[in-house]
Design a protein around this ligand. Structure first.
Ligand code: SAM
Length: 266
């Protein structure tokens, strides 16, 4: 990245920019690349995991827009604009679809403004999902999302940044309660590979690199969908959610290290 702005601290790595490194983006600084390289040294599969995460995002948004008629998407912890963002996939199906991106990192707003200048149906908001009621009440959110109509709320690759002390269960409950019947919740999260000491050590090292957060079991992930009907094929390793191409080997770490799925509010 050639330029910086006074609001963007360039000496401290951020999750949005480290993830951008993983995806092969250019919106990152030396500090972010150092963290990304250290994480990749622990787990080289992280790059493919990030790509699987983007791929399920595309499949889910396309499915919900095309098959379920969803016209509003609230993408929480959206990250930096990258290849094929939520609004591009949704608006390809329905040009009138509304998309609100929310991220704690102000760099996302800076980049989003430039990209979305001529898109009246999409906006970026800087907010913290740890204060969900506040973010749901933001005028920029309310301007594009009508909570009387079905909405897809997305928590893609973000909840594992929150430790248990930040009470993610309560955060998702506030979000679920705000969603009307017929809404969808879409979550992906780093997944515990097993109790073998190597797996546990790997998770620990990885989370030390990322700063904070927690790897969760599929059963723990299921609690985030309390009261919702999980759509087939369930909460599964990301490449297995309604794949476009058959997955030949589902046993690899890159396939298994993240779980995701979609729930519908009855
Ligand atoms: N959702 C995108 C995806 O899956 O491709 C990006 C995921 S990226 C790994 C996680 C994002 O969550 C980062 O951009 C980070 O800034 C954001 N984030 C982390 N904690 C957050 C919080 N408390 N509130 C809002 N955003 C947060």
């Amino acid at each position: 990245m050639a330029e910086s702005s006074p609001q963007i601290p360039t000496g401290v790595p951020t999750a949005a920019r480290v993830y951008d490194v993983m995806l092969g983006g250019k919106d990152n600084y030396a500090v972010d690349r150092t963290v990304a390289e250290a994480s990749l040294a622990i787990m080289p599969e992280l790059r493919d995991i990030a790509l699987h995460n983007r791929a399920i995002l595309h499949r889910v948004v396309r499915y919900l827009a095309a098959e379920e008629g969803i016209t509003q998407f609230l993408d929480l912890g959206s990250g930096l604009p990258t290849v094929r963002n939520t609004h591009e996939v949704a608006q390809e199906v329905n040009p009138q679809a509304h998309v609100v991106y929310v991220d704690i990192d102000p760099i996302v707003l800076a980049h989003g403004r430039a990209i979305l200048a001529d898109n009246a149906n999409t906006t970026v908001v800087t907010a913290d999902i740890r204060r969900p009621a506040e973010l749901l009440g933001r005028p920029e959110v309310r301007a594009l999302i009508d909570f009387e109509q079905p909405v897809c709320v997305m928590l893609v690759g973000i909840l594992h940044h929150l430790g248990d002390e930040e009470n993610p269960g309560q955060i998702v409950q506030v979000l679920r309660d705000a969603m009307p019947s017929g809404s969808f919740f879409f979550i992906t999260n780093f997944t515990r590979l097993g109790d073998a000491p190597e797996s546990v050590a790997l998770e620990k090292q990885l989370l030390e690199q990322l700063g904070t957060g927690r790897v969760r079991t599929p059963a723990e992930l299921a609690t985030f969908f309390d009261g919702f009907e999980i759509l087939p094929p369930g909460l599964v390793p990301l490449p297995l959610w309604r794949p476009d191409e058959p997955v030949l080997d589902a046993s690899t770490v890159d396939v298994r290290f993240m779980t995701g799925g979609v729930g519908r509010k009855p």
